[in-house]
Write a protein that binds this ligand. Structure first.
Ligand code: KG4
Ligand code: ZN
Length: 340
């Protein structure tokens, strides 16, 4: 029997300080997440300087807890994997610094991981039969991509957003209707009480780029609608606005992803990133994939938003493929998918 490979994953690209131990890229042995949401909520969004400081305060404790929960010592770990981009530079540096220190002190290989490739890998944690090739719809706070996952470490981006990311649009619309940060889960909840067809918000298409996205138009349409109501003295039904906005975004995401899978002959779609936990998106994807005869998977909510188990999973595949980073590894805030 082959020896198990244990990867320690570290994630600090935004406002979650996280560490995890994952076995053979698939089995989560521990998953510790220290969220800063309460602090950033006070400011209506993530404040980079505060995020970095909180990561510094928490990272050692979070890593120790992840090893303890997994019941392993650093000696038993095969490699340390860490998110080195994209993200907030000061936040990334904390995780990268901690990972380098551990790799050096314990004499372990260091493997830098792309945050979005990690989000995609979150799907491996609970779907043991999922293997490339498949199509992945990545929908997070900072990214909206349609990615063909050709191999574990080989990606082809076939669509991307020309302006706002899907999660960003959720957060901005939530703020406009007074729901606060982070907006996605709050819109999801409020939309359940509203009519998704009450207001017709635009579903943007981009000429010549059939798999690309644009969400600034729908966001502006919501803001215009709210302004119009205010000027006319009409009371806004916030649940209807939330539901109609969400429906417009979901229609576009589902249409592009399913259309691309059909055209490209992909058999299965995985959804990844924070917005993958949206209940309307999950329901609409399920219906459309069932109708089109496509397989569908997405991670549990806890693995949709930022976590380190997904970094350890992708780190495992990188490690097995021979990727090793030196102690000169730096944070790369605008790191591109597939860049090594
Ligand atoms: O992947 P993630 O944790 O961080 C990034 O890498 O960006 O995604 C965070 C984003 C936020 O914009 C948040 O509002 C959104 O995911 N989100 C949701 C839901 N839960 C989180 N958006 C819509 N519906 C949800 N249930
Ligand atoms: Zn993320």
């Amino acid at each position: 029997m082959e020896k198990d490979v244990l990867i320690l994953g570290i994630e600090s690209s935004c406002d979650e300080t996280a560490a995890s131990v994952v076995k053979n890229g698939r089995t989560v042995m521990s998953n510790v997440i220290s969220s800063q949401i309460d602090i950033h909520t006070l400011y209506g969004g993530v404040v980079p300087e505060i995020a970095s400081r909180k990561h510094v305060e928490r990272i050692n404790q979070v890593i120790e807890q992840a090893l303890k929960d997994a019941g392993v010592t650093l000696d038993e770990i095969d490699a340390v994997s860490v998110t080195y981009g994209p993200g907030l530079v000061g936040a990334l540096l904390v995780g990268v610094g901690a990972a380098k220190a551990i790799a050096y002190a314990a004499g372990k290989p260091l493997v830098g991981v792309h945050h979005i490739e990690g989000h995609i890998a979150a799907n491996y944690l609970e779907h043991s039969d999922l293997e490339p090739p498949f199509l992945c719809l990545v929908v997070s706070g900072g990214h909206t991509h349609l990615v063909r996952v050709l191999e574990y470490g080989r990606f082809e981006i076939i669509g991307y957003t020309h302006d706002d990311a899907a999660g960003e649009a959720f957060d901005k619309v939530a703020r406009a209707i007074g729901l606060g940060y982070p907006g996605g889960p709050k819109i999801d909840k409020l939309a359940k009480e509203g009519n998704p067809h009450a207001i017709e918000f635009p579903r943007a298409k981009i000429d010549g780029c059939e798999y690309d996205f644009s969400f600034s138009g729908v966001k502006s349409a919501v803001l215009n609608y709210l302004n119009g109501c205010e000027m006319k003295g009409i009371e806004v039904n916030r649940a209807d606005v939330a539901a109609s906005f969400q429906q417009a975004v979901v229609d576009v995401l589902v249409g592009r992803a399913v259309g691309a899978a059909q055209k490209l002959g992909e058999k299965r779609i995985a959804v990844a990133g924070g917005v993958a936990s949206n209940s309307a998106l999950r329901a609409a994807m399920k219906q459309a994939c069932d109708e089109a005869g496509l397989g569908l998977c997405y991670p549990s909510q806890i693995y949709c938003t930022d976590n380190a188990a997904m970094i350890a999973s992708q780190g495992y595949y990188e490690y097995m493929a021979g990727t090793r980073h030196g102690l000169d590894l730096n944070a790369v805030p605008n790191l591109k998918i597939g860049q090594r």
